[in-house]
Design a protein around this ligand. Structure first.
Ligand SMILES: NC(=O)c1ccc[n+]([C@@H]2O[C@H](COP(=O)([O-])OP(=O)(O)OC[C@H]3O[C@@H](n4cnc5c(N)ncnc54)[C@H](O)[C@@H]3O)[C@@H](O)[C@H]2O)c1
Length: 369
């Protein structure tokens, strides 16, 4: 079992990589757990709450090239995590105050008190909503995650940002509070739709671009997603890169901002065009790279390389969208501070910088859209 420790002012976080049954046994408290999950995960993994054998996974979408079934296939072994399960509808629309209200009502119904541990079991949506609900109930309960999408394993579960959307503005309400544990098992990705797998690759490319040039080379060479050894290495390395950044700047006053590379434009596109987070970030990264070429003398060859990489992973790099709503949305982004906004520009692969740009310049300049 490999681990990464993140030590922050608001608390410490352990990312543990391994087989879920073992991770659960080692890290989860044996009682007083409430699981928050979504309808898809529950469909695939509900047996986990009765047994820790994963031999029932039949609907594998990602073509793994070896037998990756989790556990020892002894389904007679029952290891009930909990019978207190809160299932929310799958999808981005669940990141809302309505869902928070629903979860809080369930906490009350289950008699949850401060001795309880709240486990988010799902993708980035479940992680965000679980961390937020756990942090506001009784002024903060212990919580942790089992991230089940590639995007959540490399990004959304890590770093303690737990946000929800409001008024069609992404992540505009939220808190920063670290999950105690993140239990990461790439085998859960077996049931993921191919397109969801690709969404995760987009955030991996982002982390590599801003923080780890060797990781970028590894991803460029990564063409066979069924290569488990490589996938494991990529997930670990991306998580490590994010963990280091979070540890050095938990509250995003400096370095952590670079992880927002492509996100100002990406979030606006995601809200308006209603496309997935990963795909919107891919489009946002290309916009940020174009700006980097214009404003930061970035080698245009890098823009071409990243476009090729997105195409290789079936990710879009552009979208037809009206400029006016896009500008309006960008100006409502939470990264706006007074009359300016921070944009993340690339110096070279593996190195980014923060550039303040005035709102007037953004509003008057079509190249920001
Ligand atoms: N808090 C952060 O730091 C942070 C960072 C990046 C992204 N995010 C957020 O994460 C969200 C996107 O996360 P996501 O891409 O994981 O989306 P998601 O949580 O909506 O999951 C995508 C889909 O995959 C399904 N799914 C999840 N795991 C599965 C599995 N193992 N097998 C089968 N289906 C499965 C889900 O039910 C859903 O339909 C966005 O809301 C984004 O804002 C947060």
């Amino acid at each position: 079992m490999k681990t990464i420790n993140i030590s922050c002012r608001s608390g410490n976080s352990i990312i543990a990589f391994g087989e879920l049954p073992e991770l659960i046994r080692v890290y989860l408290p044996s009682e007083r757990i409430v699981v928050v999950t979504d309808s898809n995960i529950y469909k695939y993994y509900k047996h986990l709450f009765k047994t820790i054998s994963f031999d029932y996974i039949e609907n594998s979408n990602v073509p793994f090239d070896e037998d990756t079934s989790i556990g020892n296939n002894d389904s007679s072994e029952t290891n009930l995590i909990t019978d207190k399960i809160i299932e929310i509808p799958a999808g981005e629309d669940s990141k809302s105050f309505e869902t928070i209200e629903y979860i809080i009502n369930k906490f009350i119904e289950f008699g949850v008190d401060r001795s309880y541990f709240i486990l988010g079991f799902g993708g980035g949506v479940v992680c965000d909503i679980t961390g937020f609900a756990a942090s506001i109930f009784h002024r903060g309960l212990r919580f942790g995650f089992i991230p089940t999408t590639l995007l959540a394993q490399v990004d959304a579960s890590i770093g303690g940002k737990n946000g929800i959307n409001f008024n069609n503005i992404k992540n505009v309400c939220g808190i920063i509070r670290q999950p105690e544990y993140i239990l990461s098992d790439y085998r859960t990705l077996q049931t993921l739709e191919q397109s969801e797998f690709e969404n995760g690759l987009s955030e991996i490319i982002k982390t590599a671009l801003v923080a780890d040039s060797e990781l970028y080379d590894i991803i460029e060479a990564f063409s066979d997603i069924s290569n488990l050894q490589m996938l494991e290495q990529i997930i670990f390395r991306t998580a490590m890169a994010k963990a280091k950044i979070v540890e050095s700047d938990e509250t995003e006053t400096g370095l952590r901002k670079i992880l927002n590379f492509g996100h100002t434009f990406g979030h606006a596109v995601e809200s308006i065009a209603k496309i997935s987070h990963g795909r919107a970030v891919g489009i946002g990264m290309i916009k940020a790279l174009e700006l980097s070429v214009k404003l930061n003398n970035l080698d245009p060859e890098i823009l071409i390389r990243v476009k090729k990489l997105l195409i290789k992973f079936n990710l879009p790099y552009e979208i037809e969208i009206d400029q006016k709503p896009l500008i309006d949305k960008i100006l409502k982004d939470k990264k706006k501070e007074s009359d300016k906004m921070n944009f993340i520009l690339l110096d070279k692969i593996g190195k980014a910088r923060i550039k303040e740009i005035s709102i007037r310049e953004i509003s008057n300049n079509p190249e920001f859209c």
